[in-house]
Design a protein around this ligand. Structure first.
Ligand code: DGY
Length: 332
């Protein structure tokens, strides 16, 4: 019996690729080339499975060109690189990697918010430039995190994990806005208050974005929203590029309409809006919120678990569109 073929679209832990080889014919990409769309379609042709990351867009054109494809397993919790409606319509199971990165991403989101509030990048650059010659009472004065109001837009697993750090570790008041309100049992230990979006923007001292990207959340933070924020407030984005209008943010930072921003994700990344590179009051990191060795390994293992289960007739642990399996009786 011929074994299923899978594409591992980006370089990933060799041990995980080896595990996949125990089950499949594997076409991997150890040189870590980022495929163009036509290269991706050519490499995927005739294969039943794909191990992807956020850099591979799986849309209807790709699916149409690869009719043998049964499962696409994303090594990421976010899956805005997948057209889920198209996957479902074509009977392709899509999976992601939730939960395994929640605490790691929350650690990073909190750290980025603190670095932003306390001007860590800006002051480090000053020191490296050799400009530090004496102490001054107002040198790099920032804003407190402890006791401040933490605003969270998008109160899913990662948002709640950041709220826990703020409420329980730093005595912060937590306000949030989300598509749906948490239960009283979830709100109560954090004393979290559900507010409308305008109130969130007006009241937060430190606003953290943790919502998924979708056409509905495109530019959820633009010039109008930034204008509602306090001039002393900070904005941290560990969600997705495109949720913030980066051009509008660069202007708001330049004109000090808000105090500072911490950004791990960008519109059109890895390109960064030039206006953001010109302003000092922003901490910029290259989409690394989930990047610890242990968590990246857990994400890769979970993506592999999904592929193996889906193509061997098992139950994938974290499907995005489980109705595909239910409807087809299994893609294997
Ligand atoms: C995710 O898992 O969605 C992270 O952004 C890593 O890509």
């Amino acid at each position: 019996m011929t074994r299923p073929s899978v594409l591992v679209a980006r370089a990933v832990f060799p041990e995980v690729v080896q595990r996949l080889r125990e089950h499949f014919e594997v076409d991997d990409n150890p040189s870590d080339t980022i495929f163009t769309k036509s290269e991706l379609m050519a490499r995927l042709a005739g294969k039943q499975g794909a191990f992807t990351t956020g850099s591979e867009r799986i849309d209807d054109e790709v699916l149409a060109a690869c009719p043998q494809l049964k499962v696409v397993a994303n090594m990421a919790v976010g899956y805005n690189n997948f057209d889920i409606a198209a996957c479902t319509a074509r009977g392709v199971l899509a999976t992601n990697t939730p939960d395994v990165l929640t605490e790691t991403t929350a650690d990073f989101g909190f750290a980025l918010m603190m670095a932003t509030a306390r001007r860590m990048a800006e002051s480090e650059h000053y020191l490296r430039r050799g400009e530090w010659t004496r102490w001054a009472y107002d040198m790099f004065t920032g804003s407190d995190v402890h006791g401040a109001t933490l605003g969270i837009l998008g109160m899913g697993r990662i948002g709640q994990a950041i709220a826990r750090r703020g409420a329980l570790g730093f005595g912060m008041k937590v306000i949030y806005h989300n598509r749906s309100r948490l239960t009283a049992e979830q709100e109560q230990p954090l004393a979290a208050r559900y507010v409308d979006k305008a109130t969130l923007l007006r009241e937060a001292d430190h606003l953290v974005l943790v919502l998924p990207y979708s056409p509905q959340s495109h530019h959820a933070i633009g010039a109008a929203e930034l204008a509602l924020m306090k001039p002393t407030a900070t904005l941290t984005n560990v969600a997705r590029g495109g949720i913030v209008d980066d051009a509008a943010l660069a202007v708001a930072l330049r004109e000090r309409r808000i105090a500072a921003a911490g950004l791990d994700v960008f519109e059109g990344e890895p390109a960064v809006h030039p206006g953001l590179l010109e302003v000092p009051n922003v901490v910029l990191t290259p989409h690394i919120a989930s990047a610890t060795v242990a968590t990246r390994r857990r994400m890769a293992d979970l993506a592999a678990d999904n592929l193996i289960a889906a193509l061997n007739g098992g139950t994938p642990p974290t499907p995005i569109n489980p109705q595909v399996r239910a409807a087809s009786g299994g893609p294997g």
